[in-house]
Design a protein around this ligand. Structure first.
Ligand code: RIB
Ligand code: CA
Length: 321
């Protein structure tokens, strides 16, 4: 079986950084590029954080691209106070990493997605873990994207549970509901990894203690970053029982769909109040053959077991410089 080619589209944040580590660690995947989104931080800081994490993990060869700086319907973007609280002022739990040795690539995120689609075809899976602005733009630039690539597995939305930014909306979809709605109405083969499953994928300080014992800079920095994130979750959403592994779960399912159970259901995003940014089944397409899978259940021990195994190995292997 050929390895899956992955593009991570990140608003690099703490759980986005974990998604990056997970794909690098997974022997069944090739991370062909990291595209950057605004969201948890401004887009330039998202790119800088990705470059820093890639150096920490000894993978400075993976290219990083800058994406759109704001939602498709707006002309600017400000980081929400909630995001600053959850991810820290610098987006990575306020850990201090060296200034990256390189710059992002000159090609834009959307152009890179289109180029990669032509280069890798059905082997390519795009994994957005922030707003869908870059992907919606790539679709505009290349309307054949749905026929070219293997699929899109995204972190966002909530079908069977409440939202986390409004009672009905999940944070990533809420950043650019119009872009997400365009993606939902394209023919892209989609898999939604929403709060329905990501709130069940939980990491605790017992897990970060294992990383601390590994003792490499990568292990220690990730443990510090995650302990920050866990403390915020325990203060704000104690019912989760630790921190939610939103973005790494989407990355994991992109590589191995068997972690989750899905239902086939084409979705829409509500664009008007009072339900703006809600993800829900599209009543106008219930007679069509769905192109969207929505994850509704997760094999928790299987996922956490594999996640800890791969990250532990990766952190061990960053011992030598
Ligand atoms: O709602 C959770 C999502 O919002 C995650 O992708 C997190 O990183 C933030 O972007
Ligand atoms: Ca994210």
């Amino acid at each position: 079986m050929s390895k899956k080619k992955i593009i991570l589209d990140l608003d690099t944040g703490i759980d986005d950084s974990l998604a990056l580590a997970y794909v690098i660690a997974n022997p069944d995947a090739d991370l062909v590029g990291v595209t950057s989104e605004y969201g948890n931080v401004h887009v330039e800081l998202a790119a800088e954080n990705s470059l820093k994490i890639l150096e920490l993990l000894h993978h400075p060869e993976i290219p990083v691209f800058i994406g759109e700086s704001h939602a498709s319907t707006k002309d600017s973007f400000e980081v929400l106070p909630t995001s600053q609280r959850i991810h820290g002022i610098n987006g990575i739990g306020n850990i201090q990493l060296p200034t990256p040795k390189r710059q992002p690539e000159k090609t834009s995120a959307a152009d890179f997605m289109v180029e990669a689609a032509h280069q890798y075809g059905k082997d390519l899976i795009i994994v957005p873990t922030g707003p869908m602005t870059n992907l919606a733009l790539a679709l505009e630039k290349e309307p054949h994207l749905p026929d070219l690539i293997g699929g899109v597995t995204f972190m966002g939305g909530a079908l069977t549970v409440p939202g986390n930014i409004t009672p009905v909306a999940e944070a990533n979809i809420n950043q650019d509901p119009e872009a997400a709605n365009k993606v939902f109405h394209s023919r892209l083969p989609l898999t939604m990894i929403g709060l329905d499953v990501t709130h069940r994928a939980v990491l605790t300080k017992d897990d970060t203690a294992i990383w601390r014992m590994i003792g490499t800079p990568a292990a220690t920095n990730f443990a510090d970053m995650l302990d920050y994130y866990i403390d915020i979750y325990l203060a704000n959403q104690a019912y989760v029982g630790g921190c939610a592994l939103h973005d790494p779960l989407a990355a994991a399912v992109a590589i191995d769909p068997s972690f989750v159970t899905t239902i086939d259901l084409d979705l829409k995003v509500d664009l008007d109040e009072p339900y703006r940014a809600r993800t829900i089944g599209d009543e106008m397409r219930i007679h069509n053959k769905p192109h969207t899978k929505v994850a509704v259940n997760l094999d928790v021990p299987y996922f956490i077991g594999i996640f800890m195994k791969y990250l532990g190995k990766l952190f061990q292997n960053t011992k030598e410089n």
